[in-house]
Design a protein around this ligand. Structure first.
Ligand code: 4NP
Length: 173
């Protein structure tokens, strides 16, 4: 049987300790539930460098664990030039993430950068930064990311192989 090409997906936020590690863990879990592990390469990264090498925020680890998702072994890393060649879809959690990604990406990669909830759910909304917020905010973003991950998996499962060929222009307004 011929192997289908994999779609490589990168989730990006400011610190890579709260939102994007959750998105990586939740999307990985949703894909596994659907038996689609072999169809995707999944990773997350930060725009900032403060938390490079750090484990995710304990509040993200705790909310994921509540739903049997273990993200504790992830480690923070910063987005680099190689990521723009490697990933078919690059999702910023908020508009500032998308703006910064577009600023550092080579022009040909910009069409692969999207606001996560816009691409997944057709909602021009952000996954808000929970870093200075309470536990409730982590529960709220868990469910938002879960809903978006289910929709993204369903959308990508419908089309074979790399999403790169059908890349649409990014729209973050
Ligand atoms: P994240 O949250 O972007 O969802 O990982 C943040 C984590 C750390 C900081 C800001 C946001 N920080 O300023 O260190």
């Amino acid at each position: 049987m011929t192997e289908q090409p994999r779609t490589a997906i990168l989730f990006v936020c400011l610190g890579n300790i709260c939102r994007s590690p959750l998105a990586e863990g939740i999307f990985r879990s949703v894909v596994a539930e659907r038996g689609l592990e072999d169809r995707f390469e999944i990773d997350s990264a930060a725009l900032g460098d403060w938390h490079v090498g750090h484990a995710p925020d304990p509040r993200s680890v705790a909310v994921a664990r509540r739903y049997d998702i273990d993200i504790s072994s992830q480690r923070g890393r910063q987005v680099g030039p190689a990521d723009f060649a490697r990933f078919d879809l690059i999702f910023g959690m908020d508009r500032e993430n998308v703006r910064r990604l577009c600023r550092i990406a080579p022009p040909e990669a910009r069409k692969r950068i999207h606001l996560f909830l816009d691409y997944a759910l057709g909602r021009k909304e952000e996954v808000p930064d929970p870093y200075y917020e309470g536990e409730d905010s982590f529960a709220a973003i868990y469910w938002t990311i879960r809903e978006a991950s289910e929709a993204l998996a369903a959308r990508l499962a419908e089309r074979p192989g790399s999403a790169r060929r059908s890349g649409q222009a990014s729209s973050i307004t």
